[in-house]
Ligand binder design. Structure first.
Ligand SMILES: [Zn+2]
Length: 257
C-alpha cells in the first residue's frame, strides 16, 4: 500500500476550493493533451517522409542526368564515326565514278573497300540507333523524376502550410486554456496549488483526483473500507491524499462515503 510513513501536516482548504482544484486539473490535462497533439501532428511525420523521398529523388535525378549526358557523349562520338565512314565511302565512290582507277587490281580493292565501308556504316548506324533508344529511356526517366520532384515539392508546401495552421490553432487554444488556468490557480490557496504541482510533477501529470463511488480516479484503485472510514472521519476542509497513489483526493457528491 501507499507510503504511510510520510505523513505531512494536514492542509486545510475549503471543500469548494478542492472542487475547483479538480477544475484546475482538468485545464492542466487539457493543456497536456494539446502539447501532446502538437508534438504528434500527423503532418510532422508526413513532412519527414516527404523530405526523405525528396532527397532520394534528388539523388536519382542527378544520377539520371549524369547518365543522360554520358549517353549524349556516346551519341556524338558514334555519329562522328558514322560521318567519317560515310565521307570516306563518298570519296571512294567519287573516285570510282570519275573513272580515275584503271588498274583492275586497284579497282577491285576500291570496290571491296566501298562494300566494307557500307557494312561498317550500317553497323555504326545501328549503334547510333541503340544509343538513341537508351537516351530516350534516360530522358523519360528524367522527366518522370522531375515530375515526382515537383509533386513532392508541392506536397511538402501544402503539408507545411497545414502543419503551420494546425500548430497555430493548438497554440491559440493552449493560450486560451492557459489564461483560464492562470485565473483559476490565482484564486486558489497558494499552499494547495503548491502541493498539487508537487504531486502532479511526480504523478504523470495528475495531481488531484476525485473520489468517486469509493474509487480514486487517479490510480483507479478502490479504497478499502478502513481507508474509506478514514476519509469519512476527516473534516471536509482537510485535504485528503489517496493512500495508494498519494494524489490529492477530492470528495465529491457521489464519493460513496
Ligand atoms: Zn489513488
Amino acid at each position: 500500500m501507499g507510503d504511510r510513513t510520510l505523513q505531512e501536516d494536514p492542509l486545510n482548504v475549503a471543500l469548494a476550493d478542492q472542487w475547483r482544484l479538480l477544475d484546475l486539473q482538468a485545464l492542466d490535462t487539457r493543456i497536456d493533451q494539446l502539447a501532446h497533439r502538437r508534438r504528434t501532428l500527423p503532418e510532422t511525420a508526413t513532412i519527414a517522409e516527404l523530405a526523405v523521398r525528396r532527397d532520394q529523388v534528388r539523388d536519382l535525378l542527378v544520377a539520371a542526368e549524369t547518365e543522360d549526358s554520358d549517353i549524349a557523349r556516346d551519341q556524338t562520338k558514334a555519329e562522328a564515326d558514322v560521318d567519317q565512314v560515310r565521307q570516306r565511302a563518298e570519296r571512294d565512290q567519287k573516285r570510282l565514278d570519275a573513272g580515275q582507277v584503271s588498274s583492275p587490281k586497284e579497282l577491285e580493292s576500291l570496290q571491296h573497300e566501298i562494300a566494307s565501308l557500307a557494312k561498317r556504316q550500317a553497323d555504326l548506324e545501328d549503334a547510333v540507333l541503340e544509343i538513341m533508344e537508351r537516351r530516350e529511356a534516360a530522358q523519360a526517366r528524367i522527366a518522370e523524376l522531375t515530375a515526382e520532384r515537383d509533386r513532392i515539392a508541392a506536397d511538402l508546401e501544402r503539408t507545411e502550410a497545414a502543419l503551420a495552421a494546425a500548430t497555430a490553432e493548438i497554440d491559440a487554444e493552449t493560450e486560451k486554456v492557459g489564461g483560464e488556468r492562470a485565473t483559476l490557480a490565482g484564486g486558489l490557496p497558494g499552499e494547495l496549488v503548491a502541493l498539487y504541482e508537487k504531486v502532479r510533477a511526480s504523478s504523470n501529470g495528475l495531481g488531484a483526483a476525485a473520489l468517486r463511488r469509493g474509487r480514486c480516479e487517479g490510480c483507479r484503485m478502490e479504497l478499502s473500507t478502513t481507508d474509506l472510514n478514514k476519509v469519512r472521519a476527516t473534516p471536509e476542509d482537510e485535504v485528503v491524499r489517496c493512500e495508494e497513489c498519494r494524489r490529492i483526493l477530492v470528495r465529491v457528491a457521489d464519493s460513496g462515503l
